[in-house]
Design a protein around this ligand. Structure first.
Ligand code: UDP
Ligand code: MG
Length: 324
């Protein structure tokens, strides 16, 4: 059986369409499947619609978060609830073409353990977001050591991989972690479609925050650049030191005030930036060390079923949330 994980945040207008489209497709290709809708703390009717859908169809399960925890957490929760032999993660807005699932599934049948959906084009999006994404992916690909250009969350994973991922306690970046784990992998290209309804949940600010947090969770390079900057500054200061001494010796000491001011300001800003970078990492360590759950499931559509029931306990329980 194929488990289809669909994170949804304020998607009341997309849920039914997503289910109908994908279900019809799976039926046509005779692929048995279950739907795991993860409602990421929506404020609209999303969970009511999921609940209704679950009462109509046996192969639908819904998880509802106590608040908005973000798409990464929603994917995490979905992975924790998988019953199938493989699972696919797909957006609710059908921007990821559902037909690709069939292609992915066939590749899985041939023995691939991870089938990555790779964007052929990025669809209609703001120019700024496109440029930002380019910079972000080239940075993170270099830092993480694998080519992640045009990658997305649209991918199919074998159960083995799902189990490995859901045992990972870290607040990872799903897209990158699935590269990091290794396994037998292949890719399928797809064209990003227009959103069927509703609107994108990402603001420019949100995307920048997301990019920074993913870079820092994948690489300590920014922190190491602080050391490099320090070394460069040391060399520069030695040169200027010698210069100042010579000035002193030949009696020209009062000149060069401008240089002093510039250097002081420059060093001051480098130090502040460096402290900021270090502070950012300390904040991340603090976040991880607190060990708070990645998400809290406040209700599910099939609470009697064991695998979901224990996730409904409050987030304090490690077992219920982090490992689930
Ligand atoms: N999503 C989510 N939690 C969030 C934001 C988004 O679960 O906090 C879901 C959303 O419902 C959709 C998917 O993630 O199914 C992709 O979101 P969106 O379409 O807004 O992103 P975009 O396609 O614009 O990158
Ligand atoms: Mg979308």
């Amino acid at each position: 059986m194929l488990s289809i994980i669909i994170p949804a945040y304020n998607e009341e207008r997309c849920i039914r369409r997503a289910y109908d489209t994908i279900q019809a497709l799976m039926q046509a290709h005779q692929i048995a499947c279950e739907f795991l809708f993860v409602d990421d703390g929506s404020q609209d009717q999303t969970f009511d619609i999921i609940t209704q859908l679950a009462s109509e169809h046996d192969n639908v399960v819904g998880l509802h978060f106590s608040r908005n925890f973000g798409k990464e957490s929603a994917i995490s929760a979905g992975l924790g609830a998988v019953n199938g032999a493989c699972a696919v993660v797909i957006d609710c807005d059908l921007q990821h073409p559902p037909e690709i699932i069939v292609e992915m599934y066939r590749l899985w049948e041939q023995g691939y353990e991870i089938v990555e959906g790779v964007k052929r084009d990025r669809g209609a999006e703001k120019k700024l977001h496109g440029v930002g994404a380019k910079i972000f992916y080239s940075l993170i690909s270099r830092m993480a050591g694998f080519d992640m250009a045009n990658s997305s969350d649209f991918k199919l994973l074998d159960r083995k991989v799902v189990d490995v991922l859901s045992r990972m306690p870290e607040r990872g970046f799903f897209r990158a972690i699935s590269y990091w784990v290794g396994y037998k992998k292949t890719t399928v290209e797809y064209n990003v479609r227009e959103r069927v309804d509703g609107q994108s949940k990402w603001s420019t600010r949100g995307l920048v925050k997301y990019a920074l947090s993913n870079i820092s969770s994948y690489s300590t390079a920014p922190m190491q650049t602080v050391t490099v900057l320090g070394c460069i500054m040391l060399v520069i200061s030695v040169i200027f030191g010698v210069w100042a001494l010579i000035d002193k010796i030949v009696g020209r000491a009062l000149e060069g005030m401008t240089t002093v001011i510039i250097i002081t300001i420059f060093i001051g800003s480098i130090i502040m930036i460096s402290l900021g970078i270090i502070g950012y990492y300390i904040a991340r360590i603090y976040e991880e060390i607190k060990g708070r759950p990645k998400y809290i499931i406040s209700s599910t559509t099939k609470s009697k079923q064991k695998s979901y029931a224990h996730s409904t306990e409050q987030g304090g329980s490690e077992d219920a949330t982090r490992n689930n």
